[in-house]
Design a protein around this ligand. Structure first.
Ligand SMILES: Cc1cc2nc3c(=O)[nH]c(=O)nc-3n(C[C@H](O)[C@H](O)[C@H](O)COP(=O)(O)OP(=O)(O)OC[C@H]3O[C@@H](n4cnc5c(N)ncnc54)[C@H](O)[C@@H]3O)c2cc1C
Length: 398
């Protein structure tokens, strides 16, 4: 078995990537323009992906999954996102934030109850951490509360910017069960569509990631059975933190893929667009943009792969501190800045055409900014990296 390495970055995962690449080119790319133009959610998307074997990649076969690891799911994310980043913004939260988190932290009964239907695309998954008053400061600032009442918990609060939120059937929701204990008083719950007191306050209109419904959710005396508590009362912080590390590595890969698509579109355009009697690809200033895009994308991809590979061996409840925490934040920081460079250069190379709404590079341009915001902003990523570096320095590990 050839594991990924710098000379062969996908190793034996190449075949998984190639198959998903073909699927995404044929089935997902044709959906992108309508998703972006009309903010259209393709209702068949997850079912089609389930039939093709792309839901539950990390789930064991007995629960209906493919029995592979996080790196394999990253290969699928990369292939999907090259052809349709918007589709990844539906699939990723379902597959990674919800399904993979339930696999890592849910008990056997919870897994039996939800994972097979998530793998078949019968249920749509989401994760709700961010609140109107708690974004970067998601843990300390969290106001959503959960109080035990007999065999239930009563949830009160609001969550915002939740990908798949307006359409989700199963949501991993974080709430404070012991507010006086700060981050150590957080618990994770599975909230199901139709539970009394749970509702969608609004669906949000976005500049990018269109077609992926994003919303504000409300919990108004929402009654959740205690059997839907994930990982034990007040044990939510470990669920959040290990989930966030994997999420950062996992989302770095699709971001790099979208940047790669921008480079490839720019190469094609530069070769065929003529000015001053020759293709603009022969102008050295255009060549410099192409060369910089290539170099940055290659660097970002290797860093993202390294972080994702490290996540393969992240033990349950691990993460949230140390080398992996730093590495995942660095992978996403680099991917986000490379995405911005790539879309800027791609639109520049396309000139006025790149400014037109319905060109593919323009869709990528509008999709890119959130790569520096979601899963911890670029500032929060830097804070994580610097904090870990300084901890290592103080401990004499550098
Ligand atoms: C399209 C989209 C999809 C999303 N999907 C989900 C989802 O599925 N589930 C979910 O839970 N969340 C989701 N989010 C939320 C996302 O994780 C947050 O938007 C993000 O963490 C930032 O929080 P905020 O928007 O409240 O910004 P704020 O925290 O208000 O930050 C505003 C600015 O202040 C800066 N800032 C804040 N604190 C510091 C500091 N200490 N030092 C320096 N600068 C600082 C930030 O970097 C930023 O530039 C999504 C967001 C978007 C836009």
């Amino acid at each position: 078995m050839s594991t990924p390495n710098v000379l062969n970055p996908r190793g034996d995962y190449q075949e998984i990537y190639d198959q998903a690449f073909r699927f995404a080119r044929e089935r997902l790319h044709p959906l992108m323009a309508r998703m972006d133009d009309e903010d259209w959610y393709p209702p068949h998307l997850l079912k089609d992906m389930a039939e093709a074997g792309y839901l539950g990649i990390t789930a064991p076969p007995e629960l209906g999954g493919a029995g592979m690891d996080v790196f394999a799911s990253g290969m699928v994310a990369e292939a999907i996102s090259y052809w349709n980043l918007n589709a990844n913004c539906i699939w990723g939260p379902h597959e990674n934030l919800c399904l993979n988190n339930l696999l890592r932290n849910g008990n056997e009964e919870q897994q039996q109850r939800f994972i097979p239907r998530l793998c078949r695309g019968e249920l749509v998954g989401a994760l709700a951490l961010t609140e109107p008053g708690a974004g970067s400061d998601a843990l300390a600032g969290m106001r959503t509360s959960a109080k035990r009442d007999g065999d239930d918990y009563i949830l009160n609060g609001r969550k915002i910017f939740i990908s798949n939120g307006p359409i989700a059937d199963v949501l991993l929701v974080y709430a404070k069960t012991a507010p006086e204990r700060g981050a150590k008083g957080i618990s994770a719950f599975i909230v199901e569509k139709g539970m009394p007191g749970f509702g969608v306050a609004q669906e949000l209109k976005k500049m990018g990631w269109r077609g992926c419904p994003t919303g504000e959710l409300v919990f108004d005396n929402c009654r959740v059975p205690a059997r839907n508590l994930v990982g034990g009362e007040n044990a939510g912080v470990a669920v959040v933190m290990s989930g966030l590390d994997i999420e950062r590595a996992f989302f770095a890969v699709p971001i790099v893929a979208a940047a790669q698509r921008c480079l490839d579109l720019s190469l094609d355009y530069a070769a065929q667009r003529e000015q001053f009697g020759k293709p603009i690809a022969e102008q050295q200033m255009v060549q410099a943009m192409l060369a910089d895009m290539y170099t940055e994308i290659e660097a970002a991809r290797l860093l993202a792969y390294r972080a994702l590979l490290a996540c393969n061996s992240l033990e349950q409840g691990g993460g949230g501190t140390g080398e992996l925490h730093k590495l995942c934040a660095a992978a996403l920081l680099k991917a986000g800045s490379v995405h911005m460079l790539a879309v800027d250069s791609a639109v520049q190379i396309h000139g006025g055409m790149g400014f037109m709404w319905d060109t593919e590079v323009n869709r990528h341009y509008r999709n890119a900014k959130v790569s520096e915001i979601g899963a911890g902003t670029r500032e929060i990523r830097r804070i994580i990296i610097a904090t870990e570096l300084l901890k290592e320095t103080r401990a004499g590990h550098r």
